[in-house]
Design a binder for this molecule. Structure first.
Ligand code: IVH
Length: 685
């Protein structure tokens, strides 16, 4: 094939695939089978491999092209991204309509649009010459994070606009919401739990977390969706085009451009019709495949937006009507304590079963002992439970009026419910812990984690079997897993076991010795060492022995690993108990060696340049101009890192008033000190 032929074929493949993406992800009516789709992708990939110079950034193969970055560059918003004033009642909506009327001196000429308020993360997408050039989060409304590489992985976001409209080639910005639908979110959490990773509390947090993930190859695995709700033209010619002077016309154009736009949008004329829409969706929200937290009402004429303007942080021409969070009342039957694999104690409310948002709730979290004290939850009380998009319902209040006279305050037990050892509570923590490493609940938790997908992935060794084997005296520690093959005779005698199951289990255990060392390391269950930290550690040190011998400082120096994680890893390898465990696992033939890999340089901080880029700062004392959190945010947004303690790696200590020992430490180590004035000068330089 000649270059010219390849170019033509590649162009047509790209267009064809992007069209199928749109049909599948935006319109939800695919025209070809997955198999035929994959064939097109394969053909394009092959051609791109042969003719790498012809790869274009809008190629569907390039949705995941990014290497992990270290930081998201700041992204300025030409037009600030405002938020919306919230309302909760008909009266407040009527007051909004009156303000609109007063400002315009007449009713809005094109009525109002009512839209769903998607519960996700606001996103700004910029296009030029029909191509996606930037995706940015809202940030503080003026400056957000440039998350283009992550946004490109979202299949419902067009990389290229196919439209005859002249405006499609002009510079424009689409704003909308990135979110996860309920099913996608549930599946994601199931996968996480299977991998021993903590589940996300709700779809919104999980979306926000995903967008801030540094590796687009991870992001592409997450079920993110996009829904467009605003179109802004850079060019005054289009911005003032009379055929685009209402919000509803712009939404139509967005559809034509290939963006997903909600079908449930309506143009209405007055407060009554607004409230009909609100009430309808308040009632029907559970029938939607995604979470909404209200309705957004906008003056429809965009000419009138300009006349009305904005106050503080929100426009005058739009409001949100927020739904109440979903609550139910039921009886608190008891409080049980759950023991996690790290010994953390979580109080759980045992409830009289009650229906809420389509599921029956029997248990809910009570957070911690302080929360129980503060709210004075008592067994027998009628309590209020809530599920605001969260998977795990929580107990948020109590109806004191319904309390029985003889009820007694709950006393948080000071003994572990599983092993009866004394619970402890570290001074600055809210949680109680069972410190007994031999606690059966912890042993079962540790072994289950070790065998889980993502770690050693041993089929047939889930929590129920682990509990069964532990009870039968066959399992006390992770290492005992590898003794199970020699205990076949005992295994097959166990209830629900049999020869076939036992043999499969044994084969699975043997096979697990071939897992990469990073998964073995993750399986050890060291606090703060999830899958990605485990990989980073192996890439950096090459083997478990090298990590075990590394100093705390050396671990802390690994990019993306902070002092808290470093301290936890260092402490793990100092414990005699863990050393013995590792010794045994080594003799059993588990993998201890991997491969060192050169660090992936994100490049972002250096590329940003400037005083703060790539430097480490420690903040001490109080600043007049801002809080410590604000200072931290500023430094980080400029590519710097903020650490909690002064070390040789610290480039600068920023000292405000009433400084403490950190300043002494800085002087001792010869670390440069910036006073507030000097710091502010650098910030504004
Ligand atoms: S319009 C100036 N429309 O709600 C108007 N926002 O509280 C800007 N949101 O930051 C927003 N669904 O993240 C608009 N249909 C919708 C929306 C919506 C969800 C979010 C958006 C915004 C927040 C404001």
């Amino acid at each position: 094939m000649t270059t010219v032929q390849a170019r033509t074929r590649m162009e047509s493949l790209r267009n064809e695939i992007l069209e199928h993406d749109r049909l599948y992800y935006v319109e939800a009516r695919p025209r070809i089978s997955d198999r035929d789709y994959d064939k097109l992708i394969d053909e394009l990939r092959d051609l791109e491999a042969q003719f790498p110079d012809l790869i274009t950034s809008d190629s569907p193969t390039q949705r995941v092209a990014g290497e992990p970055t270290k930081l998201f560059p700041p992204a300025e918003h030409h037009v600030p991204m405002l938020s919306l004033a919230n309302t909760y009642s008909t009266d407040e909506v009527a007051a909004f309509a009156k303000r609109v009327h007063d400002a315009l001196e007449h009713e809005p000429s094109e009525g109002y649009t009512c839209e769903l308020k998607f519960d996700g993360v606001a996103m700004s997408l910029r296009y030029a010459n029909g191509r996606l050039i930037r995706g940015a989060t809202r940030g503080d409304g003026v400056t957000g994070d440039d998350v283009t590489a992550n946004v490109r992985t979202i299949k419902s976001i067009p990389l290229k606009i196919v439209s005859d409209s002249k405006s499609a080639q002009s510079e424009f910005e689409v704003r909308g919401e990135v979110f996860m639908d309920i099913k996608g979110f549930q599946r994601l959490n199931e996968q996480r739990e299977a991998m021993g990773e903590p589940p996300f509390a709700n779809a919104r947090n999980s979306t926000a977390g995903t967008l801030k993930t540094l590796d687009p190859r991870e992001v592409v695995k997450r079920p993110l969706r996009f829904m467009a709700y605003q179109l802004l033209f850079h060019d005054i010619e289009f911005e003032e085009d009379s055929s685009l002077n209402t919000h509803s016309k712009r939404l139509d154009l967005l559809r034509e451009f290939g963006f997903p736009v909600s079908k449930e949008t309506m143009v209405v004329k007055d407060v009554k019709e607004i409230m009909d829409f609100v009430m309808y969706w308040q009632e029907k929200r559970d029938t939607l495949p995604f979470e909404i937290d209200g309705v957004v009402i906008k003056v429809n004429s965009s000419d009138e937006w300009v006349r009305m303007g904005a106050v503080a942080k929100s426009p005058r021409w739009a409001i949100a009507f927020k739904f109440e969070t979903k609550q139910a009342k039921t009886r608190l039957l008891g409080i049980t304590l759950q023991v996690g694999r790290m010994g953390t104690i979580t109080p759980v409310a045992e409830l009289e079963p009650v229906g809420l948002t389509g599921i029956t709730i029997r248990r809910a979290t009570l957070h911690n002992a302080d929360e129980i004290d503060r709210k004075d939850f008592r067994i027998g009380d009628m309590v209020i439970i809530e599920r605001g998009g969260e998977v795990i319902p929580k107990v948020v209040g109590v109806d004191i009026a319904q309390r029985h006279d003889d009820s007694k305050p709950f006393h948080f037990p000071h003994k572990c419910p599983e092993c009866a050892s004394e619970l402890i509570r570290p001074p600055d923590e809210v949680s109680w812990y069972c410190e007994n490493a031999e606690c059966p609940a912890q042993i079962i938790g540790r072994i289950t984690h070790f065998a889980a997908r993502g770690a050693m992935d041993i089929a047939g060794l889930g929590d129920q079997s682990v509990a069964q084997f532990a009870e039968a005296g066959l399992l006390h520690s992770i290492a005992d897993v590898y003794d199970l093959p020699s205990k076949r005779a005992e295994l097959i005698e166990l209830p629900r076991m049999g020869e076939k199951k036992a043999d499969n289990l044994i084969a699975g255990i043997e096979a697990s010795k071939q897992r990469p060392v990073s998964r073995f390391l993750f399986g050890l269950g060291i606090r703060h060492v999830g899958t990605s930290v485990a990989k980073l550690l192996i890439d950096e040190f090459g083997s478990i022995d090298a990590i075990a011998e590394a100093s705390e400082e050396a671990i802390d120096e690994v990019p993306s690993i902070g002092p808290e994680i470093a301290a936890s890893i260092f402490a793990y390898f100092r414990l005699r108990r863990n050393q013995d465990l590792l010794h045994r696992l080594r003799q059993l033939g588990l993998p201890f060696k991997g491969e060192k890999k050169p660090r992936v340089l994100g490049g972002a901080p250096a590329a940003l340049g400037g005083f703060f880029a790539g430097k480490t700062f420690v903040l001490t004392g109080t600043l007049d101009a801002m809080t410590r959190d604000e200072a931290k945010e500023k430094i980080e947004s400029l590519g710097g890192k903020v650490s909690g303690s002064v070390s040789k790696k610290t480039n600068f200590v920023v000292a405000g008033a009433e400084v403490g020992s950190k300043l002494d430490k800085a002087n001792e180590l010869g670390v440069k000190v910036l006073n507030e004035e000097a710091f502010l000068k650098e910030l504004t330089a």
